[in-house]
Design a protein around this ligand. Structure first.
Ligand code: FEO
Length: 392
């Protein structure tokens, strides 16, 4: 993608990865992604803000050539993860003498991951200002958006906030700006759920700082740029708040239909009771969809048959993922079926224990659910409904 002007002397020069479908060998990317990098040209100095995934470094270097950049003074590195930092060695090779401007933690990570030499780095502190001549970048440390070294920078004269992963979206689009807010919202929420949610308790303070800066543009390093920052700020305030919604996420897997009978009954009763249900077959689910549903849900229902004395591996994966991304769930329950016994409930409960949820009594049928089992499902639906009513 050719360089695109954002403001005088400020360009988007990153790369779009239209075809990538998996990130970190883990996260589905149904709409691809982008690795945004930016050039800021002052009267005296030129800075590159972040780089791109190494496989697309030719796009970045081609954009710098197209802008006629002969000398690069600084490479600002907000985050050491390789999708943003991985091309630093190639950029340094092309522009010898450029300094990597970053914090101490990030430099240590660049040294260990990419063998960037500390002698090529200039270490800045929180709040420091880099003067480019008529343009200046102020740094703001923001640990854990996504790693411990992450930070933002604020181009004070143009009121552009560069946030790297924070506010990003895995959304490959030729459109520079996030004006199609409906589609960007879904991609940004998916991104938040997968990448940011484990650290959400840190974010209200960061959101306050961003509000205080009053940016006119927020430029993340994935997905389109926000020229109406309130859109993404409001979304993050909602997602990171302590409020849960009247939603039950039902993740199920069924081998011979018994567990599905219980799930169908539960969904039927919950919907009749006005509970918003999001149901996923864990054998085929896109885990990004599951993570998105966990952003708002008050209750998690994990439904599984017993396989080799324990839960189905698809249910184990869902429980592990839920524990890892730390949603603001309040309640959970394990239901399912077994033929002769096993430790299904104990295993799944232990995987969710760190979330400190209220666990409803488990329901495990022996083979096909009996009328008594289904009556117990009805009672579970009533309990979920009443807990959700108390949320209002
Ligand atoms: Fe887009 Fe944490 O890297």
């Amino acid at each position: 993608m050719a360089p695109r002007k954002i403001r005088p002397g400020v360009y988007s020069v990153g790369a779009i990865d239209w075809d990538r479908r998996l990130f970190d060998s883990l996260i589905p990317l149904p709409l691809g992604t982008s690795y945004n990098a930016y050039v800021v040209q002052g009267d005296n100095k030129t800075a590159l803000i972040d780089t791109v995934e190494p496989s697309l470094v030719k796009d970045l270097l081609g954009n710098l050539d197209e802008l006629g950049i002969k000398k690069l003074d600084y490479i600002v590195c907000h985050h050491a993860e390789q999708d943003h930092s991985g091309s630093i060695p190639a950029v340094l090779a092309r522009f010898p003498g450029a300094k990597v401007v970053t914090n101490q933690k990030c430099m240590d990570l660049l040294a260990s991951h990419l063998r960037v030499s500390p002698s090529d780095c200039e270490i800045i502190t929180d709040g420091a200002v880099l003067d480019l001549g008529g343009k200046s970048l102020q740094f703001m440390f923001a640990p854990w958006v996504h790693w411990p070294e992450t930070m933002f920078s604020f181009l004070r004269e143009e009121k552009i906030l560069f946030t790297c992963d924070f506010f990003g979206s895995h959304f490959a689009t030729g459109t520079l700006y996030a004006d199609d807010e409906h589609h960007v919202y879904l991609s940004a929420k998916r991104y938040y759920a997968e990448i940011m949610m484990p650290f959400r308790q840190k974010y209200p303070a960061y959101l306050q700082k961003v509000d205080a800066l009053g940016p006119e543009i927020i430029a993340p390093s994935h997905g389109p740029i926000y020229r109406r920052p309130a859109f993404i700020l409001d979304a993050y305030k909602d997602w990171t708040s302590d409020k849960v919604k009247n939603e039950a996420l039902i993740g199920y897997v069924s081998m011979h239909g018994s567990t599905k009978v219980m799930v169908d009954r539960l969904v039927d009763r919950l919907v009749a009771d006005g509970v918003n249900v999001k149901q996923f077959d864990l054998a085929t689910v896109d885990i990004g969809e599951l993570a998105m549903a966990l952003v708002d849900a008050a209750t998690l229902v994990l439904a599984t048959p017993t396989v080799l004395a324990g839960p189905h591996p698809a249910a184990v994966y869902a429980a592990y993922l839920t524990g890892a991304i730390r949603p603001k769930l309040r309640h959970a329950v394990i239901i399912g079926s077994q033929a002769w016994g096993g430790k299904t409930v104990d295993i799944l409960k232990s995987m969710l224990a760190s979330l400190k949820l209220e666990m409803f009594d488990p329901l495990m049928s022996k083979g096909l659910p009996t009328d008594e089992d289904l009556a117990a499902v009805d009672k579970l639906a009533e309990a979920i409904k009443s807990r959700h009513a108390a949320l209002e």
